[in-house]
Write a protein that binds this ligand. Structure first.
Ligand code: AMP
Ligand code: MG
Length: 398
């Protein structure tokens, strides 16, 4: 049976590369950047004054002058004025340094009487103090952001400062989630004792949304071959990515793999040596659609969605790969089966600055209520059975 690493590798290799499109910067947060963002100008674009005060020539101070007639005032947004020898220009934070000035004395360190500014007794001035030199943050033409970055609110400042109102981003993938199962009833509808609330679809939708994927509709299909075939075909026509839950195990109504085969979806793998989520199925549709058929058990479905679907979407959008994250186990774990264990955890940090992963027991892979108390899960390799507290492990946050 495929290892978890092999399964992820095969999923990533099968993902298409989605095209780029233009997005207004106001709607670009969370999207994947597909262009280089280059500095429009030097930053700062001029020698920028960093304090409200007066601008002086350092040479005048060296010559022993401590009182300076105020020549004029320079506000932010005005072109640089020319400082006359022996004088001061009253100046505001953000203004251009006047020509001939090379230091700023803050307003708190001076008094102004009758148009003459006098320095505080004993105040020592350094040459070029409180001046943010032109281009000291970056030069015009510097690469500020590179393709693959998920655009953060902080990047919006960078993109806007480069003068852009639009950026190239990956187009949003069209995702369809299909919950299968005769027993499933949506919230809000009358339910019988033998039926089950349909929670996987809304939960996976929410998980995908949290990761930035919002074009994500949900449908429910009963366990009937014809119904599955008819409606999965409709969704295949509409979507880049299909995520099914349920119907991939060994039950008599688990028709999903055979229906997908009839629809021309080529199987890439069925089953991964992991728990939860061992029955997961993955294939490629006739038009390159990625089809994830996840086991219906809620913990399995959510772990498989986070472990395989989320990285696959990032790959399709050409997102830069994320560095793996690690945590230390907060308590001992024993896991005997020869399978990789995805163990749900709650994160705590200790006074030594470590991130500790506290295992949270789920009763079965159907015990999804326990997941509410978790931040993610850790990966316990299959060639081991005992994992003492302190073991460093891969961490996957929801
Ligand atoms: P299956 O993979 O179809 O055999 O389903 C495994 C278990 O998960 C069964 O107990 C189902 O009732 C349950 N299940 C399947 N789909 C869902 C869903 N969408 N929401 C909640 N439970 C589900
Ligand atoms: Mg089922």
């Amino acid at each position: 049976m495929l290892t978890t690493a092999e399964a992820l590798e095969q999923v990533l290799a099968a993902m298409p590369k989605l095209a780029a499109e233009a997005a207004a910067v106001s709607a670009a947060t969370g999207r994947i950047l597909r262009q280089t963002v280059v500095a429009e100008r030097d930053q700062p674009p001029f020698d920028r004054v960093m304090m409200d005060g007066i601008a002086l020539a350092y040479a005048d101070l060296v010559a022993g002058t401590t009182s300076f007639p105020v020549q004029c005032t320079q506000m932010a947004g005005e072109p640089a004025k020319h400082l006359e020898a022996g004088k001061a220009i009253e100046i505001m934070t953000g203004a251009s340094l006047p020509v001939g000035a090379d230091c700023i004395v803050p307003v708190e360190r001076i008094t102004i009487d009758d148009g003459v500014a006098t320095l505080e007794d004993g105040y020592e001035v350094e040459e070029r103090q409180f001046i943010h030199p032109r281009a000291s943050d970056h030069a015009q033409g510097s690469e500020l952001l590179v393709p693959g970055k998920r655009i953060s609110p902080l990047d919006i400042a960078v993109i806007t400062s480069a003068g852009l109102t639009e950026v190239a981003v990956s187009r949003a993938p069209v995702i369809r989630i299909i919950s299968t199962g005769d027993e499933l009833v949506p919230a809000g509808e009358r339910i019988e004792p033998h039926q089950v609330r349909m929670s996987n679809g809304p939960a996976m939708q929410a998980l995908l949304e949290k990761h930035g994927y919002t074009d994500c509709e949900h449908d429910h299909l009963v366990d009937e071959r014809d119904v599955l075939k008819e409606w999965i075909a409709v969704h295949l026509d509409a979507a880049d990515v299909i995520i099914l839950s349920g119907g991939v195990s060994m039950g008599k109504a688990d028709y999903v793999p055979e229906v997908l085969a009839e629809l021309g979806v080529e199987v890439i793998f069925h089953r991964i040596s992991q728990r939860p989520g061992k029955p997961m199925w993955f294939g490629k549709g006739p038009d390159g659609q990625s089809v994830f058929a996840l086991p219906g058990n809620p913990v399995s479905a959510l772990v498989c969605c986070r472990q395989y679907v989320i990285p696959a979407l990032a790959k399709a959008l050409l997102a830069a790969t994320q560095a793996p994250e690690f945590a230390s186990l907060a308590s001992d774990v024993t896991f005997k089966p020869d399978l990789t264990c995805f163990q749900p955890v709650r994160l705590i940090s200790n006074a030594a600055g470590q991130v500790l992963a506290m295992p949270v027991k789920t009763n079965t892979s159907g015990d999804f209520t326990a997941l509410s108390a978790t931040d993610g899960y850790v990966e316990l390799p299959r060639d081991q059975a005992e994992f003492p507290a302190g073991t460093p492990v891969f961490l996957h946050r929801w």
